[in-house]
Design a protein around this ligand. Structure first.
Ligand code: BYC
Length: 473
């Protein structure tokens, strides 16, 4: 159902772009703007070439090609998963009908909003990570950073394709705006909170790729269910690339914990800062921060937006096909986190439809528990007490039911004064950040690694750790 990928074109694609000259021209006129955004807001470290994986197909086998390429020549393209002719809409009031190949007029603005929000996060993360190359702990890590960056760039292309192909002039204007808003900008910030935070050091980068990219996995998973077939198919393929980003986060934090545990065992002390490592309590504070800002990305505990998206068929649930219910949820209910009348943290019962952000956030939380388990296992294996934890769901929230209150990581409600007094024990302080930043000295030599992190167990695509993953300029 999909044409053979057209890799030779100016814009590689498997959407028959050459048969739609207007669309092709529109995208070709956006392309130089994308490249000038990449030049000014993308990776700042000058490189000659990088050992990158490039998407060349969407098939199960061999969708990616590995090779050294100058990053600016990376073949950003448009790849949708193959169309399934038997697919029907899986939920909501259109359940059982054929999926839409065009945007229905009545859902135009909601679909555009979802696509714009998704699209906005992709370039935002590239902007946040822009200066990390200068302090990479190894060439292997440098390569992974750049892989994540070019793929986020491709994910922006994926959303821009949908905007250009299906939303006319408004879509083209939104595509321009995606390049004009910038992470952390006073005048034109990125839409969602976490994407305006800094990613100033590699511990933040690993936490971001663990916790925030994982929100991406869950949001893309719900958009993959969409009745709007082109959105569904593009998200399905994006999820394949996303898996690598999460591997970078998971194994990145693994390696920091492993090195810290080694230093603790070797010197029989908690005070590994003086030994060139990152203390466990600082790792915990970074975890607390990135987890809590990522929880905010799921929106409010109750939301009429999400109920409308679901009923209309625009955004489904995580693993919609595996749910054993009527996939319409008209009369179901769900317990969501809430503040009770006395201001105590508790739960309240609401219609399942308005509680769907909570449903998705819970799936995400369960997944995050997996990371904490593996990091604690690394501590146990080093003979240390397993002690890393996810903070309470109400901790440090700026969106939703707990936005207006202060809560300790263990879930205890505290006063504003107490929060101010104690937050330095819960979130990274300037001293912590300065220490972490002081460790961020570049190791750009082949086969070498910084002292605050353990080397990876495996290289990329079967290459050894000491492979020349990046040629610097
Ligand atoms: N910051 O009704 P509510 C990724 C707004 S990450 C600021 O509860 P809803 C990636 C909200 O817009 C995945 N504002 O929200 C990761 C609404 O505003 P309006 C990105 C926020 O709509 C790493 C109001 O508050 N994709 O891919 O149910 C690297 C009321 O909220 C925030 C998506 O998010 C916030 N955190 O849910 C690269 C998928 N949260 O309408 C990439 C598309 C909420 O009152 N987006 N607000 O003006 C959605 O599905 C939903 O819009 C949201 C919010 C889940 C974001």
């Amino acid at each position: 159902m999909t044409s053979t990928p057209d890799y030779g074109e100016k814009i590689p694609n498997n959407v028959d772009l050459r048969d739609d000259r207007r669309l092709q021209r529109a995208l070709e006129s956006w392309q130089p703007n994308f490249l000038s955004w990449w030049d000014s807001m993308g990776p700042s470290l000058p490189t000659r070439d990088v050992y990158l994986r490039t998407a060349v197909n969407v098939g199960r086998e061999g969708w990616a090609h590995f090779g050294h390429v100058p990053m600016r020549d990376y073949r950003w393209g448009i790849f949708l998963a193959d169309r399934d002719p038997a697919r029907t809409i899986g939920f909501g009031e259109h359940k059982g009908e054929p999926p839409w190949q065009q945007v229905p007029g009545e859902y135009r603005s909601e679909l555009r909003r979802l696509i714009v929000i998704q699209g906005d996060t992709e370039p935002a993360s590239v902007e946040q990570q822009r200066n990390l190359g200068a302090t990479a702990p190894s060439l292997y890590d440098l390569r992974n950073l750049f892989q994540v960056n070019v793929e986020e760039g491709r994910h922006l292309w994926a959303m821009v394709y949908l905007l250009h192909a299906h939303f006319g002039r408004e879509g083209r204007e939104e595509a321009e705006e995606l390049l004009h808003r910038n992470s952390g900008s006073e005048d034109a910030p990125r839409i969602l909170g976490a994407f305006n935070e800094e990613t100033p050091d590699w511990l933040s980068f690993f936490m971001f790729t663990y916790f925030t990219d994982r929100d991406g996995k869950y949001q893309l998973g719900t958009l993959k269910e969409s009745a709007f077939d082109p959105l569904s198919r593009t998200c399905e393929f994006m999820l394949k690339e996303e898996a690598h980003h999460m591997m970078v986060g998971t194994t990145g934090v693994d390696r920091v914990v492993e090195r810290t545990a080694q230093l603790m065992a070797e010197h029989d002390t908690e005070e590994v800062a003086a030994r060139g490592g990152i203390p466990l309590d600082v790792i915990q504070k970074y975890l607390n921060f990135h987890y809590s800002v990522s929880l905010d990305l799921f929106g409010g505990e109750t939301s009429t937006n999400v109920a409308n998206y679901y009923t209309a068929g625009l955004k489904g649930r995580w693993m919609e096909g595996r749910r054993r219910d009527d996939h319409r949820l008209g009369s179901d209910s769900i317990m969501v986190d809430a503040l009770d009348e006395d201001g105590e943290i508790g739960q309240t019962e609401v219609a399942a439809l308005v509680g769907l952000n909570t449903d998705l956030r819970r799936a995400y939380i369960a997944d995050c528990e997996g990371g904490v388990k593996r990091w604690n296992r690394i501590l146990s294996e080093a003979g240390l007490e397993p002690r890393l934890k996810l903070p309470h769901v109400a901790f440090n929230r700026k969106v939703g039911a707990f936005a207006g209150i202060e809560v300790a990581p263990d879930g205890e409600r505290v006063s504003a004064d107490e929060w101010n007094r104690r937050q330095g024990a819960w979130l990274p302080t300037d001293v912590d950040k300065t220490h972490v930043r002081s460790l961020m000295r570049p190791v750009h030599e082949r086969g070498k690694i910084a002292a605050w992190i353990a080397p990876p167990r495996n290289g990329i695509n079967g290459q050894p750790f000491d492979y020349e993953y990046v040629h610097l300029a």
